[in-house]
Design a protein around this ligand. Sequence first.
Ligand SMILES: Nc1nc2ncn(CCNC(CO)CO)c2c(=O)[nH]1
Length: 289
Amino acid sequence: MENHYSYDDCKGTADWLLAQTDVRPTVGIVCGSGLGGLADMLKDQVAFNYKDIPNFPQSTVHGHAGRLVFGTLKGRPCVCMQGRFHLYEGYSAQKITLPMRIFKLLGVETVILTNAAGGLNEDFKVGDVMIIKDHINIPGFTGLNPLVGPNDDKFGVRFPCMSDAYDRELRQLAMDVAQELGYEDFMKEGVYCILGGPSFETIAECRMLYRLGADAVGMSTAPEVIVARHCGMRVFALSLITNQAVMDYDSEEKANHEEVLQTGKHRAEQLERLVSTMVTRIEHNNNYA
Ligand SMILES: Nc1nc2ncn(CCNC(CO)CO)c2c(=O)[nH]1
């Protein structure tokens, strides 16, 4: 089937990677737009360009480097996607989520996903970090779901539950770590909504999504979360609010990608400290494990 990657396809890619590094990651990190610096946190790096990895898609978006970086974060073995894939690049939902299944076959137990998003909630400001507690998968409403097609029971069940997709203990850990680091002023929690893109949302769409309960809007993450949960990995995800979505017809504001990347640069250091501290605690502290 077009765009269907079998268990053996995924295992072939994972085995190819495991043959080239001694790192056996238990945490996988996905870097969103402008957040690729998170990968630079890793020590003893072994990096692969996506173009050299069998079956891997290629990054086509400015601000997404296109490297898979293995290494350690304060001694914890991790693998980090420096650049992710999006439906708007023309890839199928199955292709953009292939890395999640490869993470699983590398031995990853917990996935930390980051993205840049527009703030719909009027209490949010640019530079806030939203811990994602749930998502609204608009492409899924039209059948654009990464699990469509034959189910491979070696990964997971045909009809996976999504009401517990965003791990409650990991969200509490993030809040606790943020408080310890003094980040509570810009930490929020809310619902992330994905649109297919690449055009940014209209004002009517923003107003509708906010009324539907969404707090932030973006073009990624939900498909990866669905596949990560399908194959039993724990998920934590956060959005860096890179601009306020335009909700008012009198506004002069215009969403643009450069603004997205700039905000990522400003908040990068705090995000790196938050994520790296979380990673040690996930490994260390059974209260959260
Ligand atoms: N209003 C608004 N602000 C945003 N900031 C980041 N993104 C996520 C999309 N990011 C794209 C374009 O920057 C690159 O993947 C969005 C978005 O979809 N809408």
